[in-house]
Design a protein around this ligand. Structure first.
Ligand code: FE
Length: 510
């Protein structure tokens, strides 16, 4: 009798199982790969073991997809701009290499515009994987710049809608507006609602790949306040119900544990191809929702993974293409050049000093910390090192400003989170983070609100990037058209050796 009961319970539960099935799915995710095609030392992870690289990443993705062919790989944008290989090929090397990663869907990030929107379009057409965006339009038209807002994939019998968007704020905040002339970003919330409405009736799950929020940290060591850095995603999920999963980029903020906002799971990695995100979900077909999930960030250790041969061949080809330019030695370097987001850095000092020396009229030069993307090891600085350190095709702009305007600019810098202003040796300032600038000295004297000064900076900032609009009100404005990397190269070539320096140029008052 008992056996009979057990047997019937077993049969009932079996029947129930097939009726209410729980399906297990893995969403692999990356973001802000930033052209890190090759493994390198990332000191915040390990001082001795190399990390990352596309050939290792491709192997890891393949292993995961062999484990479960239903896995999906989603990238949340910013594949361009990082090591010189991207700058020198205007992103082509990156897109062509990404073709070997096994990406199922990617969205567009702000850095894809670093060489102009027309170049962006030209390059992403070479992608053999779907790239999605649904809220960037040609100004004043209903024509999407890249007409592919979403796609539907089928896995385990589930229909999965994947939408791609770019945060409106991030678009205007972090792209040099000359690069996006004629293009506008429209409200991501509005378009997310629209696409959800279209997808909801025909899909089981909706995933959003989005590039938005707080700009990526650009320090060797940075903040890890996850919720603060991903606040924009938390808010988006709160304001727009209906998304099951958000894969986000831009903040360079990894989620060891996925965040959950209004029922939406939010994941991201710490960027620059140092890790692969792996979100595992259980989807209940009866409840029609995800019933459990877990996320992990798998660090890509070079010594643990074999290079994927196809990828290795591709990235080696591109490396050889650019080496002729990149390997040219510029000058011996006595100490490592390090960048910093929240304080004075010896790398910031180098670039600011180079710009200051560009024209003798210049009183001071400033550089946005976010422009500096890679440290340079002691030894010999090569042209490639300089491009990797400052990968953007920014030019030197000279502006004549009143002292009060200079103060306004420094106040703006002090109040925001996009990194401090790095300054040349003729400048010194003290500031209270997130509040205001205290004192500014130019050539050893306190700034005079009514005097006029020549301030030089990368055209990214003088054109209003990072919100530095005050440069647009300058008394005189001269764009030299000369690339900052070339200015830095010439500055260094005039010396026998370069000794990095700190000069107490920036004082933080708390
Ligand atoms: Fe970004």
């Amino acid at each position: 009798m008992l056996r009979k009961i057990i047997k019937s319970i077993f049969i009932i539960s079996l029947a129930f199982e097939t009726y209410a099935e729980v399906k297990e799915l893995t969403i692999l995710h990356t973001n802000d790969l930033h052209a890190h095609l090759f493994p390198r030392i990332a000191p915040w992870i390990s001082e001795s073991r190399k990390i990352g690289g596309f050939a290792n990443l491709a192997t890891l993705v393949k292993q995961e997809k062999q484990l479960n062919p239903n896995n999906i790989l989603i990238d949340a944008g910013d594949y361009f701009s990082g090591p010189y290989i991207s700058t020198l090929t205007e992103g082509e090397a990156v897109i062509k290499s990404m073709n070997f990663l096994g990406i199922d869907a990617a969205c567009i990030g702000n850095h894809e515009f670093d060489h102009g929107w027309d170049n962006m379009l030209e390059q992403i057409q070479k992608a053999e994987f779907p790239i999605l965006n649904g809220n960037l339009f040609f100004e004043g038209t209903d024509q999407l710049v890249w007409d592919n807002p979403y796609l539907i994939l089928e896995r385990l019998g589930l229909k999965i809608g994947i939408i791609g968007l770019h945060g409106k704020f991030a678009f205007y905040d972090t792209i040099n507006f000359k690069m996006t002339e004629g293009i506008e970003a429209r409200d991501e919330e509005e378009y997310l609602r629209k696409y959800i409405e279209e997808l909801k009736p025909i899909t089981d799950l909706i995933i959003l790949a989005v590039h938005q929020g707080m700009p990526g940290r650009q320090s060797t060591v940075g903040l890890t306040d996850v919720e603060r850095n991903l606040y924009k995603d938390i808010l988006l999920a709160k304001n727009v119900p209906g998304v099951d999963i958000i894969v986000t980029g831009h903040a360079h903020q990894g989620t060891e544990k996925a965040l959950v906002s209004n029922g939406t799971i939010i994941v991201s990695t710490n960027a620059t191809a140092t890790e692969l995100g792996k979100l595992q979900i259980k989807y209940d077909t009866e409840k029609k929702r995800i019933v459990s999930h877990s996320n992990e960030l798998i660090t890509i250790f070079d010594d643990e993974l074999e290079d994927d041969p196809d990828m290795l061949q591709e990235i080696t080809f591109w490396q050889e293409e650019v080496d002729q330019i990149a390997k040219v030695p510029v000058i011996p370097l006595t100490k490592k050049l390090v960048r910093s987001y929240g304080k004075e850095s010896n790398m910031g000092n180098l670039f600011a000093d180079a710009i200051e020396s560009f024209d003798e009229r210049i009183d001071i030069a400033v550089v946005n910390s976010g422009a500096l993307r890679q440290d340079i090891e002691a030894g010999t600085i090569t042209k490639g090192d300089l491009i990797s350190a400052f990968p953007f095709p920014n030019t030197v702009v000279m502006t004549k400003l009143k002292g009060s305007q200079v103060r306004k600019i420094f106040n703006h810098a002090a109040g925001m989170t996009n990194g401090i202003l790095q300054v040349s040796k003729n400048a010194k300032y003290s500031f209270t983070p997130r509040e205001k600038v205290n004192d500014i000295w130019i050539k050893g004297k306190l700034i005079d609100d009514n005097s006029e000064y020549w301030v030089a900076a990368p055209n990214f900032v003088t054109q209003g990037g990072d919100g530095y609009w005050e440069f647009q009100n300058s008394i005189e404005y001269q764009d030299s058209g000369i690339l900052i990397v070339d200015v830095a190269e010439n500055y260094l070539k005039n010396k026998d050796v370069y000794e990095p320096e700190y000069g107490e140029r920036v004082q933080i008052i708390r």
